[in-house]
Design a protein around this ligand. Structure first.
Ligand code: FES
Ligand SMILES: [Fe+2]
Length: 360
């Protein structure tokens, strides 16, 4: 299942520099991201209109994307502006063009609109609370790290796992979960809507931490207060986790990108207020990956691999309220007819609807 007509976070902004970058989205034509001279971002079909060569292996030349096969050049709006083999005076065919997707850069992610709604009817790009609305992922006083994590699992299973608070004492007993305290207190869901669209859902709970070991035990000096933790999602594919430790705060934003029906890559940004020197980045990476690695075998074992369409197909308890909010949001999209087993393939003729990116 894929929900169309939303802005998907598909890549980390700083990964798109001088070279084109390939993005795979389940059921879509591959997409290539590249930057114009003014640093605006472009998202276009990866398939050259001439012989179908992958444009991601081409180059950005004179503010155009150049195909590596015969050198056709495509402007940011997807229109071919140069065919090198043509003698002077030979016109470029009108249909020599590739699809240009609406694309914006914000909060450190590249957002691509996947669907067929006109500009004025599109749901907004979510506001990632706790990140400044610049191109870069940044927040005052926080040091970010970035990364990818690959899953052999459907993106909705990956996304829901990030919203699941009651698995921590079992799956993460080796890191932050405390198996002696599996109970979850009641919590309130905080749902934000803009116009008729749900733009964020979150909830905060106090979790019992596991007693730290080694270096962290020394630092905490036997003081292990409950950890105020906020979990949430920004439809369609970004999850958020805020952990308020005695030492400072961690914020993890993660985009679950559906590369195939059964594979996902999480593009993540983790920010911290403590040990903000570059010397601590490697440890922050290691700790973030450890948590993903603890989740991985569990998430990849879930059956059915895709989320069931019927809300009653799985059992839900009170502590599952955030995942249930996701399923309710998903149900709303299905009722609108925006759920697709195989997303639509845009035709080149729809190019020109592109929204230029990143001008904040
Ligand atoms: S296949 Fe791209 S220019 Fe020929
Ligand atoms: Fe987890």
């Amino acid at each position: 299942m894929f929900i169309k007509n939303h802005w998907y976070a598909v890549e980390l902004g700083h990964r798109v520099a001088h070279e084109p970058v390939l993005v795979r989205i389940h059921g879509h034509n591959d997409i290539v991201l590249w930057r114009s001279r003014n640093r605006a971002v472009n998202a276009q079909s990866d398939t050259c209109a001439h012989r179908g060569c992958s444009l991601a292996s081409g180059a950005v030349v004179d503010n155009c994307l150049e195909c590596p096969y015969h050198g056709w050049r495509y402007a940011p709006n997807g229109i071919c502006v140069k065919i090198p083999a043509n003698a002077k005076g030979i016109p470029i065919p009108k249909n020599a063009r590739i699809h240009a997707y609406p694309c914006l850069e914000r909060y450190g992610f590249m957002w691509v609109f996947l669907g067929d709604l006109p500009t004025e009817q599109r749901p907004p790009i979510p506001r990632l609370d706790g990140l400044e609305p610049h191109r870069e992922a940044r927040a005052k006083g926080y040091k970010p790290i970035f990364g990818d994590f690959n899953w052999k699992a459907n993106y909705e299973r990956v996304l829901e796992n990030a919203l699941d608070i009651s698995h921590a004492p079992f799956v993460h007993s080796g890191s932050f979960g405390n198996p002696d305290h599996p109970e979850i207190q009641d919590f309130e869901l905080d749902v934000t809507r803009r116009d008729e669209h749900v733009v964020s859902v979150g909830a905060s709970v106090n979790l019992e931490p596991s007693p730290p070991s080694g270096f962290w035990r020394l630092i905490s000096r036997g003081n292990y207060p409950r950890v105020r933790t906020t979990v949430g999602f920004y439809p369609p594919n970004v999850s958020m986790l805020i952990v308020r430790l005695p030492l400072g705060e961690l914020r993890l934003f993660s985009a679950a990108v559906p590369t195939t029906e059964q594979t996902t890559v999480s593009k993540f940004c983790m920010l911290r207020t403590f040990f903000t020197g570059a010397w601590a980045d490697q440890d922050a990476q290691r700790r973030t990956r450890k948590i993903f690695l603890e989740d991985q075998p569990i998430v990849e074992s879930l059956r059915p691999q895709r989320l069931p369409s019927e809300p009653s197909a799985e059992l839900h308890v009170k502590s599952d309220a955030i995942q249930l909010a996701y399923r309710r949001w998903r149900q709303e999209q299905l009722v609108k007819g925006w759920g697709l087993q195989t997303p639509c393939q845009p035709s080149p003729s729809s190019c020109g609807q592109q929204q230029r990116g990143g001008q904040l």
